[in-house]
Design a binder for this molecule. Sequence first.
Ligand SMILES: [Fe+2]
Length: 204
Amino acid sequence: MATLPNLPYAYNALEPYICEEIMTLHHQKHHQAYINGLIAAEKQYASATSPKERIALQAAIKFNGGGHINHSLFWENLAPSQKQNASAIGGVLKAGPLADMVNRDFGSLEEMIKEFNTATLGIQGSGWGWLVYDTKNKRLVITTTPNQDPVLSPYVPLIGVDIWEHAFYLQYKNVKPDYLNAIWNVINFEEAERRLQSATSAKL
Ligand SMILES: [Fe+2]
């Protein structure tokens, strides 16, 4: 059964880029609500007796299951900013396989961020911006998903940014570009590189 994962840092650890109030509500209320919805839908699915009943539950499973998957990835791809604490890792892309691939596929980290933010700002309504590894073409791609749709094969998610209003509104109000610029200070590129290494070493 799905359970709420612990955050790998304190609720105030991403300040000033993402405030404690947002992190607390986002994790304890919003993520928990997706988990509750998923558990309820799976329970109904297990006791459904006809294909029609099961089909009727698929939207709820996709929405709540996607919400659980996406938020679990999101917490792990954030980390306290090195700008606030020299021993922290957030916001720093070190030399290595991920940096090499970012430079190869986008020219520079700055260019990748620019493209990511532009694509993510283009989402109508709620959704997610993603840096993914395309296992078919063996390159990095920026993509978006609407609502709580998760990233699916052949893409493997490396970095996801939640652009639902609940992720930023209390702090950034309607100014999405400020949220999107700020969040790169707390992106955990080491986690993104681990995901890349696991995707490139997997036999797909
Ligand atoms: Fe969210």
